[in-house]
Write a protein that binds this ligand. Structure first.
Ligand SMILES: [Zn+2]
Length: 260
């Protein structure tokens, strides 16, 4: 049976039936309690050497909207010990304000969350091989909040939706022919939390070095409405495509600074 979210026959609470690692030691997302975060001055700043011309295709896979990349955009720093290369980014979101982010901070959710997925090119031969290892992938994420006072012209989400086709057909891949200014899709402040976790979608492999930016990204209500109108694998519109926080199980969350 194909997995899905709340309205599907296999919602997140049932994923463990097909993917027992759902109850593993390092599952994601988590609720980050800032009082328990260890400030580690040895963590390096994150270095996003992303190439705007590397965006390749955009498509709806029924679980999210995703943009894929050609080789050449890299990530180093934080708790990573080698060079990672950008594969894709995608977004999780809710049907209403107050839900939609995957990572919580001090028990609070956001309205959406963006994930930039990289693989450990410095150490492994392929993304498939990398995903068999605990340091195989690195995801840079940012929580998103919907805000009435974000003007469309200033809205990172409006910039993103300018790359959308007029009508998204499920599964159809639309080539991206112009540069995508990737830094517009993350907050300027790159201070972060980091920890060791998993994919937040099946097969939930415990292969992800997580980097969650501390600052949120703000999107306009009209952009959020656009996201909420995208097609769902199980019919209708896609929303609430997020996994709730999982037990932290004694894992250490670190940060490069003490600012909240
Ligand atoms: Zn994700």
């Amino acid at each position: 049976m194909s997995w899905g979210y709340e309205r599907s026959k296999c919602p997140p609470s049932d994923w463990e039936k097909q993917f027992p690692v759902a109850n593993g030691k390092r599952q994601s997302p988590i609720d980050i309690l800032t009082g328990d975060v260890r400030v580690d001055k040895k963590l390096r700043p994150i270095n996003l050497a992303w190439k705007n011309e590397s965006a390749s295709e955009i498509f709806c896979n029924g679980h999210s909207v995703q943009v894929t990349f050609k080789p050449g955009s890299t990530l180093t720093g934080a708790h990573l010990s080698s060079e990672y290369e950008l594969l894709q980014f995608h977004i999780h979101w809710g049907s209403d304000i107050g839900q939609g982010a995957e990572h919580f901070i001090n028990g609070e959710s956001g309205d959406a969350e963006i994930h930039f997925v990289h693989w450990n090119k410095g150490k492994y031969a392929s993304p498939e091989e990398a995903m068999k290892h605990g340091d195989g992938l690195a995801v840079v994420g940012a929580v998103i909040h919907e805000r009435d006072d974000v003007e469309d012209s200033q809205c990172p989400g409006k910039y993103l939706t300018s790359f959308f086709p007029k009508v998204f057909e499920m599964g159809k891949k639309y080539p991206i022919s112009k540069d995508m200014e990737l830094q517009q899709l993350l907050p300027q402040d790159k201070n972060f939390f980091c920890y060791e976790g998993s994919l937040t979608t099946p097969p939930l492999l415990e292969c992800v070095m997580w980097i969650l930016l501390k600052q949120p990204l703000y999107l306009s209500p009209s952009t959020m409405t656009t996201l909420r109108s995208l097609p769902c694998l199980h019919g209708g519109n896609l929303s609430n495509n997020y996994r709730p926080p999982q037990p932290t199980k004694n894992r250490m969350v670190r940060s490069n600074n003490s600012n909240l």
